[in-house]
Design a protein around this ligand. Structure first.
Ligand code: GDP
Ligand code: GDP
Length: 443
């Protein structure tokens, strides 16, 4: 579950602008920047997001101070440990000063290390910048990305290149699935939908593993259930239990309380009273769930009181499809919390939704799909020019989040984005979960 963050290390000889670049990407003045070469600084580390994908950014500025011998030797020995952790190295050069022998030594050594390297030609501000950056081609580290860390030029392009050079999240996640961590489930819905009854029904079953934990008050007793795959933790049950005791029929739905529960949860069970159908208030809660990026299971409760089950199910399904287009395919289960009939389907449905929400699609597969989608339905002309979409990548899961890159992609119309989102949902079997799609224009 906890995916290790990719490590991006900024390296290069002193004074090329590593700290400045670090600050620019980290969005804050973290390190002290000085005009004097080799001013000692602690190496800085910060968790940042590159278009929504979390990475750990490290700055090696100042590391070159710690060892003796030649400048090159010093840099090498002290940067080595930082670089050994890197998933991507941003090798920084100074185009104003030009490429120096130290840069060349460092470049050769980096190539030998075999780490993915992105060449950053810094101090390339203004018109002449891009031309000056070309000199660094000769380092044999591929095409330089021209930026000005100080003036904030070229940073978006750099971020795109960083994203494109990171190992796919799917690969990083593969070995790290943490089965021991309980899935966090919240039960929400309007008053009288049957939430407390459902909770009691779940607690009444044998697999209940509940008990007071040290340091917790009685009301915040942690409730765990075992669903055959792993533990499910019911979050925010205190309110439900209290309610069950005092039978406060006048309780109003509190949006802020619902949002609080959502934030604590990974999966949200939205319980509705099937005898009333799917009403506007239920839809509002569903939209909150979508907005918070959680996955949802729709529970049609009080199924024992329904006569025309097929008719009611169809009606609710219809309403959901029309009114909750961003959650198309929302998983729905019907049961009676009161009698317990059908409740055994509940936790498996929760688990399934959770797996979809966690889904990671390998970049290769994603782009083969993307090419087909583009071939089937060409992106539209904008002001007489065709939008060229280049590639797509999944930047994170929980919920699945994708970024599409392309020329003028930022102008991509909403209906084309919907076409892509619906396609993702359908082709990669992700019903019900919120899917995020961002677009990034490239030059
Ligand atoms: P480090 O030793 O590699 O960490 O380099 P610093 O970030 O401390 O920067 C060294 C010097 O270069 C400072 O005076 C910065 O203000 C300057 N500098 C950094 N980035 C740029 C840039 O994009 N353009 C110009 N002209 N100067 C820069
Ligand atoms: P909450 O406000 O969402 O926690 O709802 P409660 O669990 O307190 O239930 C409200 C009312 O609906 C109570 O009178 C329950 O007995 C009733 N109820 C709950 N679940 C069911 C069910 O599955 N079938 C029927 N017929 N009644 C139910």
């Amino acid at each position: 579950m906890a995916v290790p963050l990719p490590v991006v290390v900024i390296a290069g000889r002193p004074n090329v602008g590593k700290s400045t670049l670090f600050n620019r990407l980290a969005g804050r003045r973290y390190a002290l920047v000085a005009d004097v070469a080799g001013v000692t600084r602690d190496h800085k580390e910060k968790e940042i997001e590159i278009f929504g994908r979390p990475v750990r950014l490290m700055d090696t500025a100042g590391l070159e101070e710690s060892a003796p011998e030649t400048l090159y030797g010093r840099m090498r020995s002290s940067s080595e440990s930082a670089l050994s952790k890197a998933d991507l190295v941003l090798f920084c050069v100074d185009v104003k000063a030009g490429i120096t022998p130290v840069d060349r030594h460092f470049a050769i050594w980096l190539r030998k290390m075999g780490k993915p390297v992105l060449l950053v030609a810094n101090k390339a501000e203004g018109r002449s910048g891009a031309a000056e950056a070309m000199e660094s081609f000769s380092l044999g580290l591929g095409e330089p990305v021209a930026v000005s860390a100080e003036h904030g030029e070229g940073i978006t392009d750099l971020m795109q290149e960083i994203l494109a050079h990171l190992p796919p999240e799917a690969d990083m996640a593969a070995e790290e699935e943490d089965q021991d961590k309980p899935l966090k489930l919240a039960i929400v819905g309007r008053p009288n939908a049957g939430k407390s009854t459902l909770l009691n029904q779940l607690l009444g079953q044998e697999r209940m593993l509940t008990g007071p934990e040290p340091g917790l008050t009685r009301d915040s007793v942690a409730v765990f259930l075992y669903d055959g795959t792993g533990l499910v933790e019911l979050v925010d049950t205190a309110g439900l239990r209290k309610k069950a005791r005092i039978e406060d029929a006048l309780e109003k739905m509190s949006t802020s309380a619902t949002i609080e529960s959502l934030k604590m949860a990974e999966v949200v069970a939205l319980v509705i009273d099937a005898t009333l159908g799917l009403e506007e208030q239920d839809l509002q809660i569903a939209r909150l769930i979508e907005r918070e990026g959680r996955c949802c299971v729709l529970v049609l409760n009080k199924w024992d009181a329904i006569e025309d089950r097929e008719g009611v199910r169809k009606k609710i399904l219809n309403r959901a499809e029309i009114s909750l287009t961003q959650m198309r395919g929302l998983p729905m289960i019907a049961f009676s919390a009161l009698t317990g009939a059908g409740v055994k389907k509940f936790l498996p449905a929760v688990r399934k939704a959770y797996e979809i929400w966690n889904k990671r699609i390998p970049t290769g597969e994603l782009n083969r799909w993307f090419d087909e989608m583009l071939a089937q339905h060409t992106p539209p002309l904008i002001e007489g020019k065709r939008l060229k979409l280049r590639y797509i990548t999944q930047v994170k899961a929980r919920p699945p989040t994708f970024v599409v890159f392309g020329t003028r992609a930022e102008q991509l119309p909403e209906d084309y984005k919907r076409y892509l989102v619906n396609g993702l949902r359908h082709s990669f079997h992700m019903p019900g979960t919120p899917i995020r799609l961002q677009v990034r224009g490239t030059k």
